[in-house]
Design a protein around this ligand. Structure first.
Ligand code: IPE
Ligand code: IPE
Ligand code: MG
Length: 584
């Protein structure tokens, strides 16, 4: 049975994407050949789109401002076209169709796409950390789309948390190998996408590269960098426990990257003049057995293929709300349903940090004869309300106790329901258009990996927002936080960086999992209980406490406003005899 779309223009669009992938990146094309045929068009579309955008940003026949404008126009057009499912541009046509068919959330690519526009002004990095952030911001979201497709096809590539760092480092290796491979082309246009930290280790190398002079410093730099890239792409743990289909693709990718790095090293001075490529026989030696292994691996799992959409002329449901790809103009939160307006609280009196123990979901459900999970669902609505209320009064930090380390002791059914609801909320991303920076605070390694993935994605894509910092405490326990901090301090002592007799409060605070989280000024618990249940013991040491009888699902933003107003009437002494000795 053919899996081709009925629309001839769309078929041609996908063919174009395949041809471009094949001619511009044969290694990528060969890797895509290792996945089952029905998945390939979507991967060609993603690859061709990422590259079309890069090419627009990189086309040096135009000045930087012009290139930036072209990238912007491409992104804006994409977002306009997404809900329509079609585009006059064949690559975007294939991409919007892929997004609709596989239910991809392309807004996750927003920052990666915006980066291409920003890069038209040139890039420099002081150190590896800055370089890594840049590379990961670009690559991770695109790889995330590929993983989403595999997920929808029934072959999830959920990464265990302990392999996440290996995965991200692997992608650092992909990026560094690319940069080494493209060195001659980049230098020809005056670009050098390496951190100053790496160049400084080989004095003179930056100048020599700028003048395209092969010197001992440059040679040593290349040896250093290829060694680093080899270490990054050699991630044995990465594919452990993974479905053999994607595992084969990743292992083959690593082998091709190693071959590419061999070619970089063997090139010597020619590296500054042309793109090195491994010999054809080397590639065949890697790819031929991989094809056999891949065919066998994929045959183990039947794939779920979503149907093709109707002809593009027919009206469709929007796949995702159209919104500008790069605009940073945030929406205002919707008003309180009653029209109630927020109290005007002078910023100096506002608590900097409100933390909430959202208690009473279970009792709310029981009172209505409903299962407990109905209470948690209603509680999710209250979260939205309170976040809107926090934005309206200009709160800087709101931290919500969402799932405690002790909550694992509840029935599996309830735990699954809570985590499932959380997953749905984070996936739906109700705060995406608001100025909310989202963070996750809690233990890594025990949450379902796809939920952890989503939380980290939200954290990454909202990192630059400056409105409200919303910290979700999930699998959070105060004792766990303190214990991990103590372990971090112990490691510093063992390494000889810290004297145990001189450890101060500040040292401790600097080793907390979120060292930038301010002290809690106001700790509010709903649900008529007067305890803190292992919540933020370090940060809430001097918090004002506020307990309210109502159950969390009955909470709305005016309860937050009441709590904050009550706080403004408290006298804080912090151990002295003067009220408010500390600036708020
Ligand atoms: C708080 O509500 C939510 C979580 C702990 C996840 P509860 O589920 O504790 O509700 P009650 O206290 O049983 O009413
Ligand atoms: C605290 O509520 C945890 C969260 C709100 C996530 P609990 O309902 O679990 O607390 P206890 O058990 O009553 O102390
Ligand atoms: Mg409770």
């Amino acid at each position: 049975m053919s899996d081709a779309p009925a629309d001839p223009a769309l078929r041609a669009a996908y063919r174009l994407c395949r041809r471009r992938t094949k001619s511009e990146d044969p290694a990528e094309y060969a890797l895509i050949q290792l996945v089952p045929a029905p998945l390939r068009p979507a991967l060609h579309a993603l690859w061709a789109a990422a590259n079309a955008l890069d090419d627009l940003g990189d086309d040096r026949t135009a000045p930087a401002a012009e290139r930036a404008a072209r990238v912007e126009a491409w992104i804006t057009a994409l977002h306009r076209e997404l809900p329509t499912g079609t585009s006059p541009d064949p690559i975007r046509h294939a991409l919007v169709d892929t997004a609709a068919r596989w239910r991809l959330d392309l807004s996750e690519l927003r920052d990666a796409m915006a980066q291409v526009r920003e890069d038209t002004d040139g890039r420099s990095f002081t150190d590896w950390a800055a370089w890594r952030t840049w590379g990961r911001d670009n690559l991770l979201p695109w790889f995330g789309q590929v993983r989403a497709i595999l997920d929808r096809a029934g072959v999830p590539v959920a990464l265990r948390l302990d392999t996440r760092e290996a995965y991200e480092e692997f992608l650092d290796g992909v990026r560094l190998t690319d940069i080494l491979t493209d060195l001659s082309a980049d230098l020809a246009q005056g670009d050098l996408l390496l951190p100053e930290e790496a160049l400084a280790l080989h004095p003179g190398s930056a100048d020599d590269l700028a003048n395209r002079r092969w010197s001992p410093a440059v040679s040593a730099l290349v040896t250093d960098l290829t060694g680093r890239a080899r270490r990054w792409v050699a991630q044995e743990t990465l594919t452990r426990g993974m479905h053999p289909g994607p595992a084969t693709v990743l292992q083959t990718m690593a082998a091709l990257l190693h071959a590419q790095l061999d070619a970089v090293e063997a090139a010597g001075p020619a590296l500054l003049r042309a793109r090195p490529r491994p010999a054809l026989r080397t590639r065949v030696r890697i790819l031929a057995p991989a094809r056999t292994r891949a065919a066998l691996a994929w045959s183990l799992t039947p794939l779920t293929l979503p149907p093709h959409h109707r002809s593009p002329d027919a009206p469709r449901q929007p796949a995702a709300p159209a919104r500008p790809a790069t605009a940073r103009a945030f929406r205002r939160p919707p008003p309180h349903p009653s029209g109630e307006r927020p109290p005007v609280i002078p910023p100096a009196l506002l608590p900097a940090h409100v933390a909430v123990i959202m208690d009473g979901n279970g009792r709310w459900a029981q009172q209505r004869g409903l299962p407990r999970h109905a209470g948690h669902r209603a509680g999710a609505h209250a979260v939205r309300e309170v976040v809107h209320g926090a934005l309206e009064i200009g709160l800087a930090h709101l931290t919500l106790y969402t799932f405690s380390t002790e909550n694992w002791h509840r029935d599996t059914e309830e735990v699954d329901a809570i985590l499932g609801l959380l997953r749905d909320e984070v996936a739906e991303d109700p705060f995406r258009d608001l100025d909310v920076r989202m963070r996750w605070h809690g233990r890594a390694g025990r949450l379902p990996p796809d939920l952890a993935d989503l939380l980290q994605l939200r954290e990454r894509t909202t990192r630059g927002r400056t409105g409200l910092t919303l910290t979700m405490c999930i699998d959070y326990g105060g004792r766990d936080e303190i214990t991990r901090t103590a372990a971090a301090l112990a490691r510093r002592v063992r390494a000889g960086h810290l004297d145990p007799d001189r450890i101060t409060d500040e040292d401790f605070a600097r080793h907390l999992p979120h060292p930038d989280m301010p002290d809690v000024d106001l700790l509010w618990r709903t649900g008529n209980e007067q305890r803190t249940s292992n919540f933020l013991p370090w940060h809430a040491a001097y918090a004002e406490l506020h307990f309210t009888p109502g159950l969390w699902p009955d909470t709305d933003r005016h309860h937050l406003w009441e709590a904050v107003t009550a706080y403004t009437h408290r006298q804080r002494r912090h151990g002295t005899t003067n009220p408010d000795p500390l600036p708020r």
